[in-house]
Ligand binder design. Structure first.
Ligand SMILES: [Mg+2]
Length: 391
């Protein structure tokens, strides 16, 4: 490991340190907020990215000028639910998604998920998973909407099996196709491992993700979906092998990354891409300023890929933030991004829950959970319409 990487890892503290929690949750918000500028763009010159990011240093600009989108809006619901219920409670989480959407519908939700969120708001609904199952003639969505809000599961549960199980169930509230919810499992796994310091050894990190996802994709439903959608037998594992191949190359162009991994709204075309962005930016890169921290490099590089930039930068931000910690987050970015301060406060609460859980505190069924004493801030706010499609 290069000296810069050693210093960065030391700054973040030991495994599951508070700095890593704050870095993960805050950087996810920053990725979402700064990524909105380029969402849907086919080509994004790096100069435009750097210009956009340098503009955040302008002190004359107001606080929270970059608004967050559906990625953060839904992640906030996940966080509030996990904290309030001290564990996973699908009824509560579904209610929060529906309420958040109706309070602030202009956050760039895709048309597919809007139908699900409207159905979730019905008081007559008995099975909260049914609306998602009914999507797309019963096939369910394979978009990245479950993955974009998966990071908090890794910050609430210390146990790997819980992270996988609850990230999956949390995603299934809107994305019932395995190519959707397994993207959420992968994203949560990547944050979990990063939180433990696993990115200090990048080759082992990617190998571990491949092993875990091969186990996840053994599932009959996953194999069936892959067959129907004409994807590789184990689609996410296959993509992670491609990530490893790209890591091994001395030079890789942005065009190659897009053609090998994708930059779209399908979970399969964005979660492995976000993981690659983090791995690729562990080292300084010629196309990026020397004074950038690894976290700044990761977010800048994610934006330069174009496509679903807010979600890819949000997911890459969470994984990178868990590695570098809050010290790597520029204050000016934090000031400009709506919701960053709230994320910082909530990260501290999740850190407490996580460490309580490691002593047997949190559970997976809402009915048996304790109420968490401090209800967090209101998560309603206004936003402007963005034209993203979340499948
Ligand atoms: Mg979005």
């Amino acid at each position: 490991m290069a000296m810069a990487a050693v210093r960065a890892a030391a700054a973040a503290g030991g495994p599951a340190s508070l700095s890593r929690f704050r870095g993960a949750l805050v950087a996810a918000v920053l990725g979402d907020c700064v990524g909105g500028e380029f969402e849907g763009a086919e080509e994004v010159p790096m100069e435009s990215v750097l210009q956009h990011l340098n503009g955040l240093d302008d002190e004359t600009k107001g606080e929270g000028i970059l608004e967050y989108s559906d990625d953060t809006a839904m992640a906030r619901c996940v966080v509030q639910s996990l904290l309030t219920r001290t564990g996973f409670d699908e009824q509560d989480m579904a209610r929060r998604f529906a309420k958040e959407y109706s309070a602030s519908p202009g956050r760039g939700y895709g048309s597919g998920v809007i139908q699900v969120l409207k159905k979730l708001s019905s008081p007559q609904l008995s099975d909260v998973y049914q609306p998602a199952r009914d999507q797309f003639n019963g096939r369910g969505s394979f978009g990245n909407g479950g993955a974009m809000r998966a990071a908090p599961f890794a910050l609430a549960f210390p146990d790997l099996a819980d992270v996988k199980r609850f990230a999956r169930r949390g995603a299934m509230l809107t994305h019932s196709c395995s190519l959707g919810y397994n993207g959420a499992v992968l994203q949560a796994l990547a944050v979990h491992l990063s939180l433990q310091g696993a990115l200090d050894l990048p080759q082992q990190f990617i190998s571990r993700l491949i092993t875990e996802m091969e186990e996840v994709e053994e599932d009959e439903a996953a194999r069936n979906d892959a067959r129907i959608l004409k994807e590789a037998e184990m689609p996410f594992s296959d993509r992670l092998h491609r990530v490893r191949d790209l890591m091994d190359r001395s030079k890789v162009s942005i065009e190659e990354v897009i053609s090998e991994l994708g930059n779209g709204i399908a979970a399969l075309h964005s979660v492995p891409t976000a993981i690659f962005c983090v791995l690729h930016c562990l080292q300084p890169r010629k196309c990026l300023p020397e004074n950038y921290s690894g976290l700044e490099r990761t977010i800048a590089y994610s934006l330069a890929l174009g496509g679903d930039t807010d979600t890819i930068a949000c997911m890459a931000g969470a994984i990178a933030g868990a590695h570098y910690g809050i010290e790597a987050v520029p204050q000016s970015w934090m000031r400009c991004c709506e919701g960053a301060q709230d994320a910082d406060i909530n990260a501290e609460r999740l850190h407490m829950l996580y460490h309580q859980s490691s002593q047997g505190g949190a559970s997976g069924t809402g009915g048996q959970s304790h109420e968490f004493r401090n209800e967090n801030r209101s998560n309603s706010s206004n936003g402007t319409e963005k034209n993203s499609e979340a499948v």
